[in-house]
Every structure is written in structure tokens, then in C-alpha cells.
Design a protein around this ligand. Structure first.
Ligand SMILES: Cc1cc2nc3c(=O)[nH]c(=O)nc-3n(C[C@H](O)[C@H](O)[C@H](O)COP(=O)(O)OP(=O)(O)OC[C@H]3O[C@@H](n4cnc5c(N)ncnc54)[C@H](O)[C@@H]3O)c2cc1C
Ligand code: FES
Length: 302
């Protein structure tokens, strides 16, 4: 096994120098090339999740790299493989890209063993985004379960940084236990933003937990909702989508104004390899963000 303690170069760069003739959209989005990047810092968030700050090495490319909340990048660990990871940071931050990564299998375990200074490759950004433009002048419900806070955080940061664009903002977050809560050091900061409400709930509180206990759907019971003026984004395990979106439906929010982010195994990230299809829909290109009506009409998507 290679040791990521020492930085080393992205090995596939030569192969990527002459990109295949991908479609025009991918050329416009500059998605055919690998950005050489380095891990500039790593923060342990929970036992299984770490926050990585990734810096594109070339200053001009770093400045040019933009994304929309909800999009993802393919992170290449040279010699090991590539994984799709949602961008968890703010789109206004041009210095580094924030990725919250759970240790799941081979590639993510190598990343968890890496130290600051290790080199990685980045492709993207890919995929559809949360409808932040459409959400303007509406109430916003941002709902996450577990690791779902990683993609949702980019939307939370967008909404808090552009506070005057939105009406009331409610962030609802649930995990199994208190030690699994991600980004807990930021909660007070979010709560301090005028008109932003954050509610946290865990399934099993245990000793020392004085907060709410139960499922995230419970938090919806006490939020005043104007269904005609509300958008909802729901991120988390697929099992959560049905419960949360059904509840949102009962509260009168149309399915077309609920958005979910779907995860499938991905390889190219850009509609070329057919690894992520659900029928004729590419999760990487037509998604990962879908409105709930579209998502439940994709066979076996949820
Ligand atoms: C659009 C998108 C955004 C993602 N964003 C994040 C993120 O922000 N943070 C994060 O930690 N993870 C995210 N993931 C999941 C992440 O890509 C997988 O955990 C990773 O690919 C696993 O790779 P591995 O080599 O470490 O594990 P592997 O050895 O490939 O697999 C380990 C285990 O994880 C499961 N798995 C692998 N890939 C996926 C997948 N795509 N979806 C569900 N289960 C999978 C496998 O079935 C296996 O049980 C995202 C996935 C997608 C498709
Ligand atoms: S990941 Fe290759 S087509 Fe979607």
C-alpha cells in the first residue's frame, strides 16, 4: 500500500492531457480535466467523518473553480481510485474546497489516513444543484439526517451569506446519537443569523444529552409553515426521504418544491460510463439533486 504521508503527483495527468471528445457541455464546464490539488488541512469531526480542505495548486485554476450548492466533485487518490464527494463548503470561498468525508471503504480509508500536504486529483464540479435561485423570496426548510449535513452545508452557507434573499429559514438536523453530530462548532454561528432557526434532534440521547430525542420529522410539528411560499431541501439516507417528504406533503408543500440528493455508485461523473443510471436517467448528470416528484417517479430510486 502506498503511503500518503509524503505528497506525490497525480499519476493520471498524462492520460488526461488529450481529453476524449466529450460533449460540448462538459467542455464548457471544464469537467474533462483533472485539477492537481493538495489536502491543506484535515479536521476530525466525528469518529468516522473528517473535514478536508482541498486546495487546487494552480492559482489561476483555483480562482476559476466555481460551483453551485449541491454539486459534487470526483476526488482521485492516485493509485487507489476516485470517489464522488459533495462540496460541503461555501461557493464564495475561492481559496479551498471543503469536503466532509466518511470512512466507508478503500478510497475513503486512504483519504482518512492521509496527512496535510498529500496530493489528490479533482474533477468537476458535476451534477445539478439545489434551486437557490428559485428559493429567493421564499421560506426555506433545510433538513438533514446524518451525513446529509455535508451536502446541505453548502446550501446553509449560501442562505446565511445571502440572508436578505430569503424569508424564514429553518435548519432541521437529526442523527442517531450526539457523538455523530457534524459541524457542531458552527451551530451557534448559524443560530446567530437573524431569521435562521436551527433545531437538532438525536434518536438516542444518552447521558448528558439535554436536547430533543426522536426522529427529525418530529421537529416539523412545531414549525409554522406557509406551504405556498416554502421550498424544502432534504439530504440524508434514502429511507429518510419518504418519511420527511410525506410529512412535508401533509403540511401542504408541493413535491415539485421539495428537493432531494440521490447517491449512486459513480465512475465518470459526467454521463459517459452508464454506472449510475436509474432507467434512462443519469444520477451524475441529471442529478444528484432532483425534485421529489421526479425522484419518486424514478423506478427504485428511493
Ligand atoms: C453524488 C455523491 C455525493 C457524495 N457525497 C459524499 C460526501 O459528501 N461525503 C461522503 O463521505 N460520501 C459521499 N458520497 C459517498 C461516497 O462517494 C462513497 O462513500 C465512496 O465512493 C466510497 O468509496 P470507497 O472506495 O471508500 O468505498 P468502497 O470500497 O467503494 O465501498 C464501501 C461501501 O460503501 C458503499 N458505497 C460506495 N459508493 C457508494 C455510493 N455512491 N453511495 C452509497 N454507498 C456507496 C459500498 O456499497 C460499500 O458498502 C457521495 C456519493 C455520491 C454519488
Ligand atoms: S457516473 Fe458515469 S454515467 Fe453517471
Amino acid at each position: 500500500m502506498k503511503n500518503l504521508l509524503l505528497p506525490y503527483e497525480v499519476t493520471k495527468e498524462a492520460e488526461m492531457a488529450e481529453p476524449l471528445d466529450f460533449n460540448r457541455r462538459s467542455r464548457l464546464m471544464n469537467t474533462h480535466r483533472v485539477f492537481k490539488a493538495e489536502i491543506s488541512s484535515i479536521t476530525q469531526l466525528t469518529e468516522k467523518e473528517k473535514l478536508f480542505h482541498i486546495r487546487i495548486l494552480d492559482p489561476a485554476e483555483r480562482q476559476r473553480f466555481t460551483f453551485l450548492p449541491g454539486q459534487f466533485v470526483m476526488v482521485e487518490v492516485p493509485g487507489y481510485g476516485e470517489v464522488p464527494i459533495s462540496i460541503a463548503g461555501s461557493a464564495s470561498n475561492r481559496g479551498f474546497i471543503e469536503l466532509c468525508i466518511r470512512r466507508a471503504g478503500m478510497v475513503t480509508s486512504v483519504l482518512h489516513r492521509a496527512k496535510a500536504g498529500a496530493r489528490v486529483g479533482l474533477r468537476g464540479p458535476f451534477g445539478t444543484s439545489f434551486p437557490v435561485a428559485m428559493m429567493k423570496d421564499h421560506h426555506v426548510l433545510l433538513i438533514a439526517g446524518g451525513l446529509g449535513l455535508a451536502p446541505l452545508r453548502s446550501a446553509i452557507l449560501h442562505v446565511t451569506e445571502n440572508r436578505s434573499d430569503f424569508r424564514n429559514v429553518h435548519i432541521l438536523y437529526g442523527t442517531k446519537s450526539p457523538d455523530q453530530l457534524l459541524f457542531d462548532y458552527q451551530y451557534e454561528q448559524w443560530r446567530r443569523v437573524d431569521g435562521v432557526n436551527l433545531s437538532i434532534i438525536v434518536e438516542e440521547g444518552g447521558d448528558g444529552w439535554t436536547g430533543e430525542v426522536g426522529l427529525v420529522t418530529r421537529l416539523l410539528d412545531r414549525i409554522p409553515i406557509e406551504p405556498d411560499r416554502t421550498y424544502a431541501i432534504v439530504c440524508g439516507p434514502p429511507v429518510m426521504f419518504k418519511f420527511v417528504c410525506n410529512k412535508l406533503g401533509e403540511l401542504g408543500i408541493p413535491m415539485r418544491r421539495m428537493f432531494v440528493s440521490l447517491e449512486r455508485r459513480m465512475h465518470c461523473g459526467m454521463g459517459k460510463c452508464c454506472r449510475c443510471n436509474i432507467g434512462s436517467t443519469f444520477t451524475c448528470k441529471d442529478g444528484p439533486v432532483f425534485d421529489y416528484w421526479t425522484a419518486i417517479n424514478l423506478k427504485e430510486a428511493i
